[in-house]
Design a protein around this ligand. Structure first.
Ligand SMILES: *[C@@H]1O[C@H](CO)[C@@H](O)[C@H](O)[C@H]1NC(C)=O
Ligand SMILES: *[C@@H]1O[C@H](CO)[C@@H](O)[C@H](O)[C@H]1NC(C)=O
Length: 367
């Protein structure tokens, strides 16, 4: 996977091509020419949708470090993803020509972490944008704590006393991916009577957005300029709400989600100009599992692929279904690898899934 680098040469503009020719002429030795990659690194923030194993190192019930999770990973790949194979973030990394970003917490000593220059994964299952979200399952890393880890990465992993930090350019050219918010609304609010009593939905949404933008601002101050953000699908039609609502979507919830999506988009557009960053946001309908089921026409699209416990998590060491590529859902609450790949492919170089630009356009436009 690591040497399946995405070679930019097929996409070169005349100017870049000329530059490459000049470099080749001056380098004198063709064999030393490096493959150009689209971006030097991918940094991943989020929840169980993109956690690649950070929760393995935390005292929490929200873990996926046992079979059948990871059943479709290459032999020897560490477990910890809440799906049968790779996640959306891993596929985006692969398409960008990068290895899957390893979990930040998997490095016991900073020296070995410093050796990784192609990006890290800070995501933590069950957590959210707000600090209280996820506490019910044990310890997890909130978005603010994930940004703390990113800060360590940017400021400490590349100390060069007396020199301008080369990571500044590195970070500016890197891509930041954030997949978070679902747990804030489910675990953190609609199924949390303390919170629903304390805040009305509009106020709670404001808290989330303020907190999200504060984290984005910190990431920007650390030098990042390119963002991929996942919008929220209509969770009012997801399993916990269907169960609570006798099989019907909760339209009140969907309305609140729609307002969250439009406010996040408006705020990102505004700071895009103010802070000189570029972003792409995944269009919520395009990640809606029912919508993807309609488009892909897979046989068992909406059925889980493993036996699940009352929380919707696969029962440890239970046998997964055989036709995994026909399922968009793996356990009862997390998407399968097929779903992750479908969204990643469309967002990377398709049209209409990631707006206002796909990931390739995001990386290639401007400075
Ligand atoms: C889009 O990217 C995928 C993954 O790299 C690649 O397989 C596919 O050929 C690309 N499609 C286009 C139209 O560039
Ligand atoms: C959330 O926790 C972080 C520490 O990780 C803290 O800096 C921040 O102030 C907290 N936010 C709120 C709203 O309490």
């Amino acid at each position: 996977m690591a040497d399946k680098r995405y070679v930019i040469s097929g996409l070169l503009t005349g100017g870049l091509l000329a530059l490459v020719l000049v470099l080749v002429l001056f380098s004198g030795d063709l064999s030393t020419r490096k493959t150009l990659t689209i971006t030097p690194a991918l940094y991943v923030f989020g929840d169980s949708t993109v956690d690649s194993g950070n929760n393995n190192f935390l005292a929490t019930k929200a873990k996926a470090d046992f079979a059948p999770y990871g059943v479709d990973l290459a032999d020897g790949s560490p477990l910890g993803r809440f799906t049968n194979g790779l996640t959306f973030a891993d596929f985006i990394a692969q398409y960008l020509g990068l290895p899957p970003p390893p979990p930040f917490l998997s490095f016991k000593d900073p020296q070995s972490r410093k050796a990784i220059q192609t990006g890290l994964n800070f995501a933590s299952g069950s957590c959210g944008i707000l600090n209280h979200t996820g506490a019910i399952s044990g310890k997890c890393l909130s978005l603010a704590e994930q940004v703390d880890s990113f800060q360590i990465t940017v400021t400490q992993d590349s100390q060069q006393p007396g020199k301008r930090d080369p990571r500044q350019d590195h970070v500016a050219e890197s891509v930041v991916l954030i997949s978070m918010a679902g747990n804030d609304y489910t675990l953190g609010y609609f199924f949390n009577p303390t919170m629903t009593k304390k805040y009305d939905p509009a106020t709670y949404t404001q808290l989330m957005i303020q907190s999200f933008m504060a984290s984005i601002e910190r990431i920007v101050k650390l030098g990042a300029k390119r963002f991929i953000v996942l919008g929220m699908p209509q969770i009012g039609c997801s399993a916990p709400f269907l169960l609570r609502n006798r099989g019907k979507c909760d339209e009140q919830v969907n309305k609140i989600i729609a307002s969250y999506n439009s406010q996040i988009t408006a705020d990102l557009t505004k700071v895009g100009t103010d802070w000189g960053i570029r972003y792409t946001i995944i269009v919520p309908e395009k990640i809606d599992i029912r919508q993807v089921a309609a488009e892909t026409k897979l046989k068992s699209a909406l059925e889980p692929c493993c036996q699940v416990d009352p929380f919707g998590i696969c029962i440890k060491d239970s046998k997964p279904c055989n036709n995994r590529d026909d399922h968009l859902i793996f356990d009862a609450v997390h998407p399968s690898q097929v779903y992750h790949r479908y969204i990643a492919t469309n967002c990377f170089n398709g049209t209409g899934t990631c707006m206002p630009a796909n990931v390739l356009q995001l990386c290639r436009s401007g400075g």
